[in-house]
Design a protein around this ligand. Sequence first.
Ligand SMILES: Nc1ncnc2c1ncn2[C@@H]1O[C@H](COP(=O)(O)OP(=O)(O)OP(=O)(O)O)[C@@H](O)[C@H]1O
Length: 584
Amino acid sequence: MKFHHFIHRREWTLALLAVLMIVAQVYLDLRVPEYMEHITVTISTPGSQLADVMEHGWLMLAAAAGSMVAAIITGFCTALFGTTVARRMRAGVFDKTFDMSSAEVNSIGTDSLITRSTNDVTQVQMFIVMGLQMSVKAPIMAVWASSKIASESVTWTIPTAVAVGLTLLVLGIAMALAIPRMMRMQKITDGLNRVTREHLTGLRVIRAYLTQSFHRKRFEAVNMDLRNTTLFVNTTMAFIMPMLTAIMTGLSLSIYVLGAVLINDTPDVNQRITLFGQMVVFSTYALLVVTSFMMMTVVFIMGPRALVAWRRIREVLRTEPSITSGSVTSGSATAGTVEFRNVSFRYPSADGDALHELSFMASPGETVALIGSTGSGKSSVVNLIPRFYDVREGAVLVDGVDVREWNLEELRNRIAYVPQKNTLFSGSIASNIALGENGRAMSAQDVVSAATAASVAEFVGGKEDGYASVVAQNGKNFSGGQKQRISMARALARGGEILIFDDSFSALDYKTERDIRQALKTAAAGATVLVVAQRIGTVRDADRILVLDKGRIVGNGTHETLMATNEVYQDIARSQLSDEELAS
Ligand SMILES: Nc1ncnc2c1ncn2[C@@H]1O[C@H](COP(=O)(O)OP(=O)(O)OP(=O)(O)O)[C@@H](O)[C@H]1O
């Protein structure tokens, strides 16, 4: 992705118009001193009238007004250009995150992704709006005004050249000091975002564990770092303006001193008046030259930061998703078949495998449960089916086709997945249930049926607005169990050949869990159901139970067979069931 991809034909037209307006502006700005020269000479000439002065006075006013209009049009063009490009960049980063797998998102970092699509894009936008204008205007003005100066007088050119030299020296030193720090600012902002986000999302734990001082220290460190860096940059910048003002004042003074000497040495009155007029116009040109160099500072200050920002945005846009869609759109075995063939899997950042040589099969109409201690790899197994990650060795097959060969949309449309961490979006209960309509229109009746099966109807009944009740961001106005039920209703409403429940029953009371499992038998009849659970009660009715231990399948059978033969399963059962339950 190159920068110019964000600039379409309309923006090129805007840029061209802006350049033309800048040229017009510089031309008119440079005309003003000429009219001033005429006016000065007219005023100094004995016997001149107001009408003579106004003859050039009107022209001078017209030039100033024209320059103003040109500046406004330039400002409008660059603002439209900058904001449009910024909008496209934000959309680019946003769209890219859809293609990224968890591995890529984790490698860049969520906080950095947020900074990149907000702060970084703003840096680029500011540079386009301000910097581009300056970078076009300053050189045109400098060259044009310099050529005017050179044609006027050599004597006065010397102090101007000295002033330009000094200006460049001041700007050079300031930039050499400030730019490296400015480059760091984006990284520090990432850090500040990370710490602030963690602090805000973990407020309750921080309060409960009284870790305010620890978190304050962590925040203070990055906050101070940002303050110090900004302070250094701003202090350096604070030197620039007074020094440049001193240079400009010195330049005006030198021009007037030299002018006084020249005028003094000229005996002829008319020549003296001409010389005086030239001096006035020259001092204005000289100031315009110095001003152009000052404008260039803006470019040099904003440019490097905008460049770093753009590189960070480009890094996101150029990220090659490790999970890319295949081309297969239909299966070769019975719809709903899931097969793991000798699967080993490793997380991108991990040293060792999380899953080792797993093989099993789940068929339509069958409920297969996965049980095991925490960290045994249950979620990792089910995450491989919708291809959130790819296997390291072996293959996962859905409907007889390797998931890597499936068209991703087709594959995911066959699956209804309830993640371990429930995700609700701001909206209503109905909008959250009807989220994945799976290519077909979902009726209000579909929502209600799914909600009834997942026992959502139970608590919606007590709400004034029913299914239209508001769901706040992250569903924080619902309890853990309610969120789980809405997430399950979403999966049931979507339907699919394969239903995956990753620890979806853990926050439910036993009665609600039993009701839902009962309702599932009808709601998900014919589908392949994979249930990840910690509780024996959740899995005991499953057609088959896979027992996982340290990423390996150490048991595969019904509750009864496992109770009779599998030591790991027996241990789990003994820790959860009473003697009577074990005996039954
Ligand atoms: N994103 C990740 N990056 C690196 N390692 C991970 C990641 N997610 C999980 N793991 C590791 O993989 C192993 C299996 O984790 P997994 O979440 O599949 O276990 P689980 O059986 O579902 O556990 P739980 O019941 O606690 O949810 C664990 O050792 C865990 O530390």
